[in-house]
Design a protein around this ligand. Sequence first.
Ligand code: SAM
Length: 279
Amino acid sequence: MDCSILRKKFNESLFDIYNSEELNIIFYIVMQNLTNKSKLELMTSNYKLGNVKEKIFYEYVNRLSNYEPIQYILGNTIFNNLEFDLDNSVLIPRPETEELVDLIIKHECKKEKILDIGSGSGCIAIALAKYILRSNVTALEICPNAVKIINKNASKNNVEIDIICEDLFTFQSKSTFDLIVSNPPYIVYSQKYKISKNVLNFEPHHALFVNDNDPLIFYKVILNFSKNNLNVDGNIFFEINDIFHHEMIQLVSKYQNFSYKLIKDFHGKKRFMILKKNT
Ligand SMILES: C[S@@+](CC[C@H](N)C(=O)[O-])C[C@H]1O[C@@H](n2cnc3c(N)ncnc32)[C@H](O)[C@@H]1O
C-alpha cells in the first residue's frame, strides 16, 4: 500500500488522540523506522510498504490508538541529537530537559565532576558526558531496571559514566562535585487527574509523582546533600514544576550560601533553577 493511503488511514485512526501537528511528526517517525528512508525521501516519493511492513504499521497504529507513546513502541528516542533506548521503566526524555542540558553546556562554570540525580534513561548524564569534554559524570538512580537502560545507553553512545543504583534519600558519598543536576519527580498526586492517558497509563509513576504533603522533598534532600558534596563555586541545575516556583524560591532562600536564578522554558514556564554555592 502506498504512503498517501497509509497516511490517510493513520490520521483517521488517531485524530481523536493527537492533533494534526503531532500526527504528522509521529507518522514520519513510524515510516522512517519501517523504511530507513529520510523524512525528505518519504515526502518526495510515494513510497510503498510491502505486506510484512504493512502488518507492522497496523500493529503500531493499533498500539498508538491505545495511547501507547511511540517512543515505547519503537523502544528508542532522540535526545540532544543522541539516540537512547527506552522501556517503560524509564521516563521518556522531554524537550524541556533537552533545554536543561543546553543550559548546562552553555553555562560558564566548572564542569569536571558532575552528578545527575534521578537519571532515568541516563539522557542528561550521557548527553553531558558526550558534549562536555573532560567531564567525569556520575548517574544516581533508584530503579534497577532503569540502571540497566543507563548502562545500555552509555555504551550505545560511547561514553563512560559511573552509575550508582541507590536511593537518594539514604545516599551518602565522600565525593564532591562541581555540578549537580536533577530532574526529579515533581507532579503531585492531587494533579494526577490532569495527566493525559499516554503518560499516566504508560510512564513509570515513580518517575512522575511526589507526595502532596512535601512536593519539594527531592530538592530539599539535594540541597542538604550539597552542603558537603558540592564544591564552593559549584552549581546546581534543577528542572522544576512551574506551579511551585514561589515555594522553590522560599526553599532556596533558606540556604544563605546559595544564589539562584529562575529560567523559563520555551513555553514561557518557570522551569529551571540555577543555583550557585558562594561559600
Ligand atoms: C522525572 S524522572 C527523570 C529521568 C531523567 N533524568 C530525565 O530527565 O528524563 C525522575 C527519576 O528519578 C528516579 N527516582 C525517583 N525516586 C528516586 C530516589 N529516591 N532516588 C534516586 N532516584 C529516584 C526515578 O526512578 C526517575 O528515573
